[in-house]
Design a protein around this ligand. Sequence first.
Ligand SMILES: Cc1cc2nc3c(=O)[nH]c(=O)nc-3n(C[C@H](O)[C@H](O)[C@H](O)COP(=O)(O)OP(=O)(O)OC[C@H]3O[C@@H](n4cnc5c(N)ncnc54)[C@H](O)[C@@H]3O)c2cc1C
Length: 426
Amino acid sequence: VTEVIIIGAGPYGLSIAAHLGSRGVDFRIFGRTMFNWRAKMPQGMLLKSDPYASNLSDPGAEFTLEKYCLREGLPYHEDAIRVSVEKFVAYGEAFRQQFVPAVDERLVVAVERTANGFSAALEDGEIVMARKVVVAVGISDFPYVPPVLAQIPDGYMSHAAQHNDMAAFADREVAIIGAGSSAVDLAALLHENGASVRIVARRSLVQFHGRADLHGRPLLARLQSPNTGIGPGWRNVLYTAMPHLFRRLPQRLRLRIITNEHGPAGGWFMRDRVVGKIAMLEGLAPRAAEVKDGRVQLHLAGQDGVQQTIAADHVIAATGYKVDVRAIKFLAPPLCRQIELIGQAPLLSHHFESSVAGLYFVGPAAAASFGPMFRFVLGAEYTAPRIAGHLAASLGRRPAARGSSLAVGGWGKEPNAAAAQPAELQ
Ligand SMILES: Cc1cc2nc3c(=O)[nH]c(=O)nc-3n(C[C@H](O)[C@H](O)[C@H](O)COP(=O)(O)OP(=O)(O)OC[C@H]3O[C@@H](n4cnc5c(N)ncnc54)[C@H](O)[C@@H]3O)c2cc1C
């Protein structure tokens, strides 16, 4: 029996755990640390988010990626030096050791409501009871494959999330469907590992983000379009500085923003590794597919009526993720049905609580309520102190006393007093 269960030990789950620990809340956190970054992203990938916007959140805001790099003697720059996925996983692991030593690696397989809260069944059959549950599963259950690709037989088609070892496709012909960073990253890495790669993109042009160049941009350009951790522009200022206001926008507008803004694009630093090196079939989308003589035949069509058929040994759907509460495997259908939705995502209170009292959602699942920042690690800095403050207050916890043995501070320090206040009181 515990007070709070956190399901998921990625950037959001770990950050929330660090804040709960400092507030003296009794919690358990389940899942393999940074598992999605270890296993579902390609080895050698570089993070698209700038290093200064890729921090986990601890109570004293002490253990940033920059501090970690400094401690380990690793090169760091706020936007010019990219962070590899391996470095980010190592940072997450160091964060866990510092702030959340008791991560329980077992998976949660079923969550149900009880008279006093919830029960969570673990993969080995143990049952844990808690008053509150925080779902921090990130993108785990949401890979999206368009129906035309989904009917290609196993072994010939897979989602980008299924690949982290690029050597597996050496000397094979691969068609990657998509125009976002997953497609671009996979294409470059597979190509550099000896595969023959083509990108098939519905967009007329595969796009790349510009570099943030935090201090190099002229003042006027910065005023017209200020930098933020999710890209430049005044809209992004609103999304990053005022998620609570985003939540007050009409639901249809929120959904439109989430669906249409921050569309697919590769990182600026990938352009030279892709353009001129990898064939791009732009303005074309798969209309039908079949396997013939051991190869996938992909029939492509463009909006202008152009048709083309290509053959490949394997097709990778780099077609992203769609948040859908019903896809979360451990949520039993009766519980799922009680969750009010915005689109297919949970509708959340300003404390990230769903319409099922005591059940919270964070990370990408919170983006439809709080805005696009929550698809990125950056949103953890907003989420963790708020939800931890709310949980501590609602469980009757007083702010952790300075020197309390429960207060797990960064770098051996006590958490600062302001951070130990419930968010509502700050
Ligand atoms: C290819 C790719 C590249 C990306 N690059 C960036 C980037 O550069 N910058 C950025 O900010 N964002 C990036 N993202 C988005 C990124 O995934 C999210 O920002 C981030 O992972 C959200 O963190 P999280 O803690 O919510 O979830 P995750 O990091 O996805 O972690 C969820 C955790 O939940 C655990 N879990 C799932 N189910 C269970 C269960 N039943 N029981 C117990 N544990 C469970 C998983 O094992 C995992 O450890 C990228 C996404 C992809 C797919």
